[in-house]
Ligand binder design. Sequence first.
Ligand code: NDP
Ligand code: GDR
Length: 343
Amino acid sequence: MTQIQAKRALITGITGQDGSYLAELLLEKGYEVHGFIRRSSSFNTARIDHIYQESQAENHRLILHFADLTDGSRLVTLLNEIQPDEVYNLAAQSHVRVSFDEPEYTADTTGLGTVRLLEAIRASGLNCRFYQASSSEMFGATPPPQNEDTPFYPRSPYGVAKVYSYWITKNYREAYGMFACNGILFNHESPRRGGTFVTRKITRAVARIAAGEQNELFMGNLDSVRDWGYAPEFVEGMWRMLQHDTPEDFVLATNTGYTVRDFLKFSFERANLDWEKYVKFDERYLRPTEVDALIGDPGKAGDLLRWTPKVLTPKLAEIMVDADIAALEIEGRHYVDTPVKLG
Ligand code: NDP
Ligand code: GDR
């Protein structure tokens, strides 16, 4: 009897929100999953600890390697060693406001990191499929609805770096015939979302306020419009892009738009609270240039990948508030012991 070899995937950014959900999905599908993690003075694997332990019991199907997208020679060594069938490049300095503080570092990781990885694939002579985590931030000032043909007008060092990565991915597809795809993903959130992004900052605060542990929440611009979807559904879309017959670029979005103020309202209402009593303005959370409105048209992904999101923003806010209230009840005050700063 011939045994079919499991597919092997490599995920950069596996410790992040998307990386953790994608790793779960690929393990469920029978893949051997390799992930890059960064050396840190504190633990940074909380989002994948549960699958790492389980995978140890299951013949080590999740394998972690220390690596950084700023270290090109390490990428070549590891690509040669791992020989993946699919590479998902999710690693990035992904915070838009922080990219104004650290523009050069953001360009180095979020921009040049992509070409280092593509070069490592080329240098290793690998015939693998490549997914690039492109972003709706590339559309920036171009008004909605945005789709695959919408012109880019990035409004932050992060957005500019992502535009570089988008084009270098497309260039490697055209120049070297690589199966390389850009997933242009609109905001997607979950209970695993980093605490300095606006949705999670709000839902964590709601849990703390409901528990009597916090009584105010400092925020920036409440008028911006975003198309917030649910991260587990979006990682399924990433995988589908690499299973498609031809390498193409796809928008993933819910095609709905809400303001930050709407998200505050949905979240506080879930805990029977009135957001206006708690939310205060702090100019530290404003950006030098803002992206006013992003609403994506995922029609192409619907037609070619059969990808349709089910969880829309009001439901997402409920899922996240419920998870934060439950986590606070289980873990006690240590779970969120300091109010979020600099987010
Ligand atoms: P997160 O910020 O949650 O995760 C980022 C990941 O990248 C973490 O694992 C982080 O490691 C890792 N990382 C950061 N810098 C480096 C580096 N120099 N070398 C290696 N790894 C690094 O992001 P998300 O999961 O939310 O997003 C995944 C990708 O998708 C990102 O590229 C993001 O820009 C992009 N994107 C996200 C959207 C969203 O709404 N979530 C929408 C569109 C695009 P560590 O844990 O050690 O910090
Ligand atoms: P974004 O996400 O910039 O869209 O990038 P974020 O949640 O940081 O901001 C969304 C909107 O909320 C406004 N805002 C605040 N944002 C934060 N973080 N903190 C605040 O206190 C606050 N008050 C108001 C912002 O000004 C903004 O308009 C995310 C990231 O995941 C990127 O990596 C990804 O590419 C894009 O989504 C699509």
